[in-house]
Each structure stands twice: as structure tokens, then as C-alpha cells.
Design a protein around this ligand. Structure first.
Ligand SMILES: [Mg+2]
Length: 171
């Protein structure tokens, strides 16, 4: 796949933050089915290689950094998440953080969109044109981000080329 940068002069030195969910985006139903067929077993730690190749392409091309939004962050440290991405083909150094778990900090109802909103408020300068995308299979408060929310079909996740093209058209 070829990528391009529409505003390369303005954006080439600015990081693209990619908020990444795991189940339904990298750990896909199609790939679990493939594992079952090939080995008779499935493991959620073995993610779709096509989705991972697409993610690697995006973060390498757009000077990207990955922030994990998945519930995997509840029971995996950042170090463990980095190792998992690395084992699945995306260098761990690209994984820089996780979104805050607001649900553990208040009794009120908080959704994933609010957690991302808070991370952006704390880490991305408001005067900048926002440079981020959100990959998730479920719209849990994410439609507020408009076209920056790239919704994936949990069958194929980010293995769908059209999602990569959507990012290319946006950035
Ligand atoms: Mg998911």
C-alpha cells in the first residue's frame, strides 16, 4: 500500500497520535478463526498480522505514537502492552501511553470517548490543529470525534485496507 501526506510541509514533523483498541481491531474474529483452523487452538495474544502491518505502516509513515484505549490496559502494564505489540510486529517504542481509566476514579458513568478527551486535553496542545485518529470497533462515546473515529468491523478489524485509506485522506 502507498500512503501520502496531504500537508506534508505543515505536518511532517508533528506526531500522529493513534488511539488503539485491541479486541475487534487488532485481535480480530477472522484471525481467531484462522488460528483455530491452523492449530486447533486460539489465543487472544496472537493478533491479525495484516492489521498489525497496516498499523506499522501508519505509525512509521506519519511519525506516529500509539495510545492504548482497550480494556487490556486494566490488566496489562504499559511495559507488557509494549511487549505484546512488539511480539505482534509493531515495535514497542511506538506504544507510548494508555488512556486514563476514569471508571476507577469516579462513581459516575464514564465512556471511552471521555477518557480519550481527557488524554488529548492533557497531552496535545490546544492551539494545534488536532492530529490524531481513533481505531475502535465499538462507538462508545466516539462519534463526538467525527471522521477521526475510524470504526472497524470486528471480523476484520484494521486489516481492512479502506480504513488505512481513510486515515491517509484525513492526515
Ligand atoms: Mg473492541
Amino acid at each position: 500500500m502507498e500512503l501520502h501526506d496531504r500537508n506534508s510541509e505543515n505536518n511532517s514533523n508533528r506526531k500522529l497520535t493513534v488511539f488503539v483498541d485491541i479486541d475487534g481491531v487488532l485481535n480480530t474474529e477472522d484471525h481467531l478463526r484462522r488460528q483455530k483452523k491452523q492449530t486447533g487452538r486460539t489465543t487472544s495474544r496472537d493478533w491479525c498480522p495484516i492489521a498489525m502491518a497496516h498499523l506499522k505502516l501508519v505509525v512509521e509513515y506519519y511519525n506516529g505514537q500509539i495510545v492504548v484505549t482497550s480494556t487490556w490496559r486494566y490488566d496489562h502494564s504499559l511495559r507488557q502492552l509494549k511487549a505484546l505489540f512488539e511480539e505482534n510486529g509493531v515495535p514497542g517504542d511506538f506504544v507510548v501511553d494508555v488512556t486514563p481509566s476514569l471508571i476507577y476514579e469516579s462513581s459516575g458513568k464514564v465512556n471511552r470517548g471521555d477518557e480519550i478527551r481527557q488524554w488529548i486535553a492533557e497531552h496535545l496542545y490546544s492551539e494545534e490543529i488536532p492530529r490524531y485518529v481513533i481505531l475502535d470497533d465499538i462507538d462508545e462515546g466516539l462519534s463526538q470525534f467525527g471522521e477521526r473515529f475510524i470504526q472497524c468491523d470486528p471480523q476484520v478489524g484494521f486489516a481492512d485496507k479502506a480504513k488505512v485509506k481513510k486515515i491517509a485522506a484525513l492526515i
